[in-house]
Design a protein around this ligand. Structure first.
Ligand code: GAP
Length: 438
């Protein structure tokens, strides 16, 4: 086996996603919808694993983390208070010649349009990224609503409900996984910049005095998370925002960046949002969102540290990180070196011939009953089956062969090394669980 034939590209990832059923273009048969994608069966399994790993990574011993699911649609008042109606916009220009539209900060306006080659731009205008709609039959100001451009606001507007219905004390966290929508001017790079996507966000409520300490703690924890799910240390960096980059709500933000084939780009944002959001919702709703401090005998508005990552962007990141090509038996092999906890299937079970179909399927079903996500794979030559499993990132392939019945053993093959060993059928579950723990 030799390694690294050619580097990973976006095109290779897009092709693999479609070929193997990770991701499909939405409404593919009708020509698609730009910036919107559906997740296929393998992608769905992998996303479930990403969500579980993220949820698991939020634990702080002795401190509370609550989870909510907010609505995707919310009234105008929420977005007026949050500042999104006035401030959530990107600069936009059109080519006067071919009418192609660009994000003004994505291109060099002293150069010609890359579509038609002419140099004539409209003035820069601000374009609000929120999807606006109307709730109910009446078309008046009170029916205006928006699809949420971030999940975070669902947490802030529920802060009072959460405090009142749960026995929690500051500091504590509220986390949420859910869809967000942005009418991006130029969606691009597949799942990197989409119009409908999923976010995994956590808001940590704390007193102002400890906010910067938590900001540091969460930044470090997030970096550790990426190492734990198999991203190489040299592919991740933390970049603090310059003052002129900070969002309208943030007084300190660091981007956790990944080295994509198209350069260092934001994967996750860790932001110290001050008490901007709760203060604004207090002001606009007229409801008291402060918390009483028993010791100090005063009320205060908690400060917030936020960790926010797009599930789809992380999914894409993990595919880039995992994609490898090597030469096995004179042929190019594509393999996804996904961390076993992230891989869609933990193992595949392969009978060598028809006679071994039944006993192998029985073992496979027993593993499913134990809660392991595994696949029975009986079609095609054994070589083809290995290639298929390598390409979808399955860490282990078990083969039941002519000696299995008499010896009570199977062969297990390692995805990354292709090395094989014989193990007892009784130890298969333990073998898989050990791989998941590694
Ligand atoms: N609540 C803070 C917030 O939404 P953001 O930097 O705009 O901050 C957070 O978004 C994360 O959401 C990003 O780091 C990225 O992972 C993901 N994200 C943002 N816009 C996205 C898009 N158009 N497509 C895919 N993921 C996106």
């Amino acid at each position: 086996m030799t390694t690294a034939t050619s580097p990973v590209t976006l095109e290779k990832i897009v092709a693999l996603c479609k070929r193997r059923g990770f991701v499909y273009q939405t409404a593919d048969i009708y020509g698609g919808l730009n910036g919107v994608y559906d997740t296929g069966p393998l992608g769905t399994l992998m996303k479930q694993n990403i969500r579980a790993a993220w949820t698991n990574s939020l634990k702080i011993p002795g401190q509370e983390m609550l989870f909510i699911e907010g609505s995707l649609i919310s009234p105008q008042a929420v977005w007026e208070a949050s500042g999104h109606i006035s401030g959530f916009q990107d600069p936009m220009v059109d080519c006067l010649s071919c009418k192609h539209r660009y994000r003004a900060d994505d291109i060099d306006l002293t150069k010609a349009c890359s579509f038609c080659g002419n140099l004539s731009w409209t003035p820069i205008r601000q374009f609000n990224l929120m999807f606006k709609t109307q709730v109910g039959a009446a078309e008046d100001a009170s029916s205006v609503a928006y699809l949420r451009p971030e999940t975070a606001q669902s947490i802030f507007i529920n802060f009072k409900n959460i405090m009142a219905s749960n026995r929690v004390k500051i500091p504590f966290g509220v986390a949420q996984i859910g869809k967000a929508f942005r009418n991006e001017i130029t969606p691009k790079q597949f799942l990197f910049r989409m119009r409908e996507f999923e976010q995994m966000e956590m808001e940590w409520f704390c007193p102002e005095s400890s906010a910067m300490e938590y900001f540091e703690l969460w930044s470090a924890k997030r970096k550790k998370f990426y190492a734990a799910i198999g991203i190489k240390e040299e592919h991740i960096r933390i970049r603090p925002h310059e003052a002129d980059e900070l969002s309208h709500y943030s007084s300190a933000t660091s981007d956790i960046e990944y080295l994509f084939p198209f350069g260092w780009k934001e994967l996750e944002g860790v932001a110290y949002r001050g008490n901007y959001d709760l203060s604004k919702h207090m002001e606009f709703s007229g409801k008291d969102l402060s918390v009483y401090d028993e010791q100090e005998k005063t009320s205060f508005i908690p400060h917030v540290v936020e960790c926010s990552v797009g599930t789809d962007r992380l999914f894409l990141t993990l595919l880039f990180e995992a994609y490898h090509e090597d030469i096995v038996g004179g042929e190019t092999r594509i393999l996804l070196k996904l961390h076993p906890t992230i891989a869609p299937f933990k193992a595949a079970f392969m009978p060598l011939s028809k006679q071994q179909l039944e006993p192998m399927e029985k073992i496979c079903l027993a593993m499913k009953d134990k809660g392991l996500t595994v696949q029975f794979d009986a079609t095609g030559s054994i070589g083809k089956r290995y290639r298929r499993q390598d390409e979808i990132g399955t860490p282990l392939c078990f083969t039941y062969d002519f000696d299995s019945e008499s010896t009570g053993t199977v062969t297990v093959r390692n995805r990354d090394t292709t090395a094989q060993e014989r193990i007892s059928i009784d130890t298969i579950e333990e073998y898989i669980r050990n791989t998941l723990r590694a």
